[in-house]
Design a protein around this ligand. Sequence first.
Ligand SMILES: NC(=O)c1ccc[n+]([C@@H]2O[C@H](COP(=O)([O-])OP(=O)(O)OC[C@H]3O[C@@H](n4cnc5c(N)ncnc54)[C@H](OP(=O)(O)O)[C@@H]3O)[C@@H](O)[C@H]2O)c1
Length: 271
Amino acid sequence: MSNQIAFIGGGNMAYALSIGLLGADRPPSVIVADPIASQLDRFANSEIKTTADNKRAVTGADVVVLAVKPQIIRSVALEIAPLITHQLVLSIAAGIPLSALNAWFGEAVSIVRCMPNTPALIGAGISGLVRNTRTTDPQAELAHRILGCVGDVLWFGEDADLDAVTAISGSGPAYFFYLIESMIKAAIELGLAPEIARKLTLKTALGGAKMAINSDDDLEMLRQNVTSPGGTTERAIAIFNREDMQGTIVRAIFEARERSIELSQEADNDA
Ligand SMILES: NC(=O)c1ccc[n+]([C@@H]2O[C@H](COP(=O)([O-])OP(=O)(O)OC[C@H]3O[C@@H](n4cnc5c(N)ncnc54)[C@H](OP(=O)(O)O)[C@@H]3O)[C@@H](O)[C@H]2O)c1
């Protein structure tokens, strides 16, 4: 990757992505723009250049990564749009659709919209990507390699697909944290020490996920393997079924997708 990559916004995602990029084969040149000097301090001991001037960062870049909060993405887009001539714009802002980005930057600009998730901050993320019609294959490949520095990458055909991605993998870490919190609460109520409750639960979550990833069996089979007839797991699962836990989870995820659609519509109204 012998390109120049500019990050607009020097927050947590920009940090994770830019440090990931430095570890790539033929690392690109990276510049991070953020108006708050203290945000740039943590880049000081790396090869990453920094500036308080967004326009300076954009000039000379091949890729401009929009890594600011969704609320200010419109003003940042309108500020730098006149300087976007040949650069690929890569947005990681949640809830900002390709249609709004196309309106702010103009239809002639190559744009990839990404929906990463928080495990990207420790290199274990998964991102959904969608490209506009102007994006070339080499630019898409570049976007793939940038997000690939912090986890897996999946491409989608439609902007609307990212509403489902947002509801599953974008919000998903919080669903797992909720389950983990609930199990830790139960363990403590059963009389286990908090640190033991936490360790037992977290290692079980990690082990379960690793087994599911590595096994050729489907999840139902893996579950049945733990569920002996007349045993303890069967008794617990019977309560989940009686309370329609699966239906509750599916309804909750549909609501999350609905909210993502609403956020996209709000951004489109602003475009
Ligand atoms: N964190 C995640 O795991 C995650 C997951 C999916 C999507 N995303 C998306 O990624 C984007 C960045 O998230 P984040 O967690 O990295 O946010 P963050 O830590 O708040 O970083 C945003 C950075 O942009 C700076 N900034 C504000 N106004 C600016 C301007 N006009 N020009 C340049 N920089 C400006 C902010 O400074 P101040 O702090 O001074 O405002 C902050 O340093 C968000 O849109 C979010 O939706 C994040």
